[in-house]
Design a protein around this ligand. Structure first.
Ligand code: FMN
Length: 355
């Protein structure tokens, strides 16, 4: 079905197409029969897909990456697509418009996007968590991805993250700290150990004081050296952060046409795949598979997901792959993983994990 819809969507500006799809999912999520129809079209139920990461149980290991539903408006519709988790956000304390449009560019031949969104979102005051159904009635798990406002100085990033964590933790199965978007000036500097360790410690202190414990993960860039990754691991371990999401978009334009070099922002999709997997493998090997990792970047099918899981990812996420392949991508990946389990005589997808 997406094969019919896609050419129409691709005639529109990418951000308009995105809002149409999000609106459709929001509508479909509002009615029991349309939710049931989506679930029967796209869902895959199999106990072998169930997995646990950072103490949270997931129905399956495939989730939606941050940036798709920034304000949490389409949670019920996305739940019906059979996703194991949905990462809402990036949410900032105050509303902001983001960078000038156009700010998403498609590269269909390369199966890539370049975006310079800059966290457009309605801010905490308008965050839609209150409209979500009670946690028990969703099958998917919810991550909430937090970032700092563009005009907030880096020294105050921790304060904002802590305020956001306090405000949203009750609705989150995990929280992600985004220190890796290339579209907020200076944000990636928070990945350096001198800035990262105090930030993570403050956030972990607030996490530990909350009435209900929520795992906190940090989302990192793919454009980091092994030394920088080691520093991140040191900060994560010393602050007792629960896991890492690897990776965000890349500044690299390798594999894209010349015109992409002049665009601001980060590349996602196929050209990011190998680099993101290399980061996951490095992190998993350094931590002997003990640190939970969510693997994201360029997953277009079961093989790509398997590559990340074998490299050490506990869960995986998709974004750009869904833009090109449609919502059926989740089912394709899950069925593919089940086939591999069958072939290898495994009882659970978690047994596929390497690292
Ligand atoms: C249009 C767009 C918007 C995004 N917005 C966010 C965001 O707000 N926060 C975030 O952490 N990552 C954001 N990302 C990055 C994705 O979550 C993901 O890390 C990245 O796209 C790599 O995965 P993919 O190759 O499957 O798309 C965005 C990506 C795209 C394409």
């Amino acid at each position: 079905m997406y094969g019919l819809v896609r050419p129409l969507l691709f005639r529109l500006d990418p951000e308009r197409a995105h809002h149409l799809v999000l609106g459709a999912l929001r509508c479909a999520g509002g009615f029991g029969p349309s939710r049931a129809a989506l679930r029967s079209l796209y869902g895959v139920s199999d106990p072998r897909l169930g997995t646990t990461a950072f103490g949270v149980g997931f129905e399956n290991p495939v989730g939606l990456a941050a940036g798709f539903d920034k304000d949490g408006v389409a949670v019920r519709g996305l739940d019906a697509l059979g996703l194991g988790h949905i990462e809402i956000g990036t949410l900032t304390l105050r509303p902001q418009e983001g960078n000038p449009k156009p700010r998403i560019r498609r590269f269909p031949r390369e199966q890539a996007l370049v975006n310079s969104m800059g966290f457009p979102n309605a801010g905490l005051g308008a965050f839609q968590a209150a409209s979500w159904p009670p946690a028990g009635s969703l099958r998917t798990r919810i991550g909430i991805n937090l970032g700092k406002n563009k005009d907030t100085p880096l020294e105050r990033a921790a304060e904002e993250s802590c305020a956001l964590l306090r405000a949203v933790h009750a609705r989150a199965d995990y929280v992600a700290l985004n220190v890796s978007s290339p579209n907020t000036p200076g944000l990636r500097e928070l990945q350096g150990r001198a800035a990262l360790e105090p930030l993570l410690r403050e956030v972990a202190r607030v996490r530990d004081d909350l009435a209900t414990r929520v795992p906190v993960l940090v989302k990192i860039a793919p454009d980091l050296s092994e030394r920088e990754l080691d520093e991140i691991l040191a900060a994560v371990e010393s602050a007792r952060i629960d896991g890492i999401i690897a990776t965000n978009t890349t500044l690299d334009r390798t594999g894209l046409p010349e015109l992409a070099r002049g665009l601001p922002g980060g590349t996602s999709g196929a050209p990011l795949r190998a680099r993101s997997t290399a980061v996951i493998r490095f992190l998993a090997q350094r931590t002997q598979g003990r640190l939970p990792i969510i693997g994201v970047g360029g997953i277009r099918g079961a093989e790509d997901a398997l590559e990340k899981i074998r490299a050490g990812a506990h869960l995986v996420q998709v974004y750009t792959g869904m833009v090109y392949a449609g919502p059926g991508l989740v089912r394709t990946i899950l069925r593919g993983l089940l086939e591999v389990c069958e072939r290898e005589g495994l009882r659970n997808v978690a047994e596929l994990r390497g690292g």
